[in-house]
Write a new protein. Structure first.
Ligand code: NPW
Ligand code: ADP
Ligand code: K
Length: 531
């Protein structure tokens, strides 16, 4: 599990060590980790470090100090290092160490800016060490102009080097992920002590690139993370596995209320997602013409009639492919939400649900749907505002509705009403295809139907029982992303259609279980027990 913290949390964790006079030690550790990561990046790109050009954009605070000490290490390896001081001054000891190591210092001024842009554009690596967790707002003045010019050169492929952000890309808010432009998109962000929340949510994640965390010795002083990300081993641990004497009902039945005359395919895709995600049975409830298509597309499906209360299931999926005029289906969606059973509520159901729900109801809006939901609850947001502040928006929706809210996108965020947030980014942009969200709803519905009262595996991972619905939804997002990636990889990185995501789920599930959890492999193997 990756845990992420706000800038303030990280600074608080540093305090005991700073009080003990270890400030310079922390900075040296951070700088050493940054320099090592730069060298690794050169090697992974098949590039020589000796003689390579390094340009460090250096601010006046500790972030600039990290960059200068790192550049001093790189200079000692024979790299040609240049520091561009953006604020006229820099961390004095780090600057002295840098100059001692043979580094060249240039001062940013309006007169010299053209030459400095060329310097940075020619460099094999640009290290962005202007602003870190102490920033107030974004880049300003000549530093902003310099970054704009470098970003333009990169966009026009006039710069060949790569960009490494020191702690976080300057302009990205460490806590919210909001971006004040201009900001330089990094290929790699090397962050110190712990991942910062803003690196794992959009739009900050767009600028962070890959994120490497360098331990600096503050870890034991960190409190509860504000945001977490499930890694493969967590996914493996959370995926359900059937008991030896399981039967289809004990493995969970999912009821699906989805599809309409206009969008019958959404019901099919949701059912395909669910059928592939381990559930014992999937029952469809909806208009006869959609039921007919569902039956013909998926012979495993059981189609029912009647009201929600007449159908015995362990969880409901409602809303995919439904519109405002599908009155019977919308009534079923409302009945499912008030049944007390776990529910995943998608698309067309979202505008029709009560204002206040329970944590075992998982809402799955995309940014536009989340903006509409927040507006209905008295907010002012439009889609652009949600996209600019995804973390705040998803948290607010969960707090207001009392439901678990999953915001879909390149990074998928899941907020529990009590405040826990999970962030998953397992997929590929090829997942942005019609019907992809229906498959996701099917996966989450299937996982909800397989949940029982055994909360031990969540507790072991530090997830409290009442927050586990968010973890289950994050698990679904992880599986969906990985399946989409696997489907695309199977065609050498080519495009995928939504059905292909569903088809890739079982093998994705098996692989992540096998690779990350030997215990699971044992449970699923066919070796006969010795006694
Ligand atoms: N504590 C430690 O020992 C360790 C800390 N570490 C590192 O320290 C970083 C935090 O350092 P930091 O607190 O010095 O702030 P930092 O992010 O460098 O920038 C603030 C400076 O810039 C200025 N400034 C602010 N906003 C601005 C703006 N918009 N545009 C222009 N200038 C602006 C502001 O000056 P002010 O405006 O307040 O006069 C201030 O001087 C952290 O990210 C990590 O890299 C690691 O080495 C581990 C050990
Ligand atoms: N750029 C992207 N990168 C990775 N995943 C994405 C991207 N864009 C969308 N997705 C994922 O694709 C799915 C799209 O869902 P949705 O918008 O509901 O589509 P639809 O309504 O057509 O089914 C979501 O799971 C979302 O997280
Ligand atoms: K930075």
């Amino acid at each position: 599990m990756i845990s992420a913290y706000t800038g303030k949390q990280v600074r608080q964790a540093e305090e005991p060590l700073l009080a003990a006079g270890l400030g310079d030690v922390l900075m040296q550790r951070a700088a050493h980790g940054l320099a090592n990561a730069v060298v690794r990046e050169f090697k992974s790109r098949g590039l020589r470090t000796y003689g390579a050009g390094v340009a460090v954009l250096t601010g006046k605070g500790n972030n600039g100090g990290d960059g200068l000490y790192a550049a001093a290490f790189l200079a000692a390896r024979g790299m040609r290092t240049t520091a561009i001081l953006t604020a006229g001054s820099a961390h004095p000891q780090a600057l002295a160490a840098f100059e001692q190591a043979g580094g060249r210092v240039l001062y940013l001024s309006d007169a010299a800016s053209g030459a400095l842009v060329s310097e940075a554009v020619r460099a094999d690596v640009v290290i962005d060490a202007v602003l870190g967790t102490g920033a107030k707002g974004g880049l300003r003045g000549s530093a902003a102009d310099l970054v704009t010019a470098i970003a333009d050169a990169r966009a026009q492929a006039r710069a060949e080097g790569f960009v490494v952000a020191c702690d976080l890309p300057s302009g990205v808010d460490a806590d919210t992920g909001a971006v004040s432009t201009p900001a330089l998109a990094a290929d790699l962000t090397v962050t110190f002590g712990a991942a910062k929340t803003g690196l794992l949510v959009d739009p900050g994640a767009d600028y962070a690139g890959r994120v490497d965390v360098v331990p600096i010795g503050i870890e034991e002083h960190l409190d509860q993370p504000g945001l977490r990300r499930l890694e493969d081993a967590d996914v493996a641990r959370l995926l359900p596995h059937p008991a030896r004497r399981a039967h289809k009902y004990s493995r969970g039945v999912l009821g699906v209320v989805a599809g309409s005359a206009d969008y019958p395919g959404a019901a099919v895709l949701a059912c395909r997602g669910a059928l592939a995600a381990g559930v014992g049975m999937v029952r469809y409830l909806g208009p006869p013409e959609v039921a007919d298509l569902v039956r013909r597309s998926c012979p495993e499906m059981v189609c029912s009639t009647g009201a929600v209360a007449d159908n015995r299931v362990q969880a409901w999926l409602v809303g995919s492919g439904m519109g405002p005029d599908d009155h019977d289906q919308l009534q079923r969606a409302r009945d499912a939400v008030t049944s007390g059973l776990p529910v995943v509520a998608d698309a067309g159901a979202l505008p029709a649900l009560p204002d206040v729900m329970a944590p075992n109801v998982v809402l799955t809006p995309h940014a536009g749907e989340l903006a509409a939901l927040l507006k209905r609850l008295g907010g002012e947001e439009d889609r652009a505002a949600v996209e600019a502040g995804t973390l705040a928006a998803v948290r607010r929706a969960a707090a207001l509705t009392g439901a678990t809210v999953l915001l879909k996108g390149a990074t998928t965020l899941v907020a529990a009403p009590a405040g826990d947030v999970f962030s998953q980014a397992d997929g590929t942009p090829w997942l942005a295809t019609a019907g992809s969200g229906d498959v996701l709803a099917g996966i989450i519905g299937a996982l909800l139907a397989q949940e029982d009262s055994d909360v031990g595996r969540f507790r072991e991972m530090g997830v409290e029982p009442e927050q586990r619905w968010a973890a289950v939804a994050a698990l679904g997002a992880a599986l969906h992303g990985k399946a989409g990636r696997a489907a695309s990889d199977a065609c050498s990185g080519g495009p995928i259609a939504a059905g292909g995501i569903a088809d890739a789920i079982p093998e994705t599930w098996g692989k992540v279980s096998m690779l990350s959890n030997a215990g699971v492999r044992k449970r699923n193997s066919h070796t006969l027990p010795l006694r």
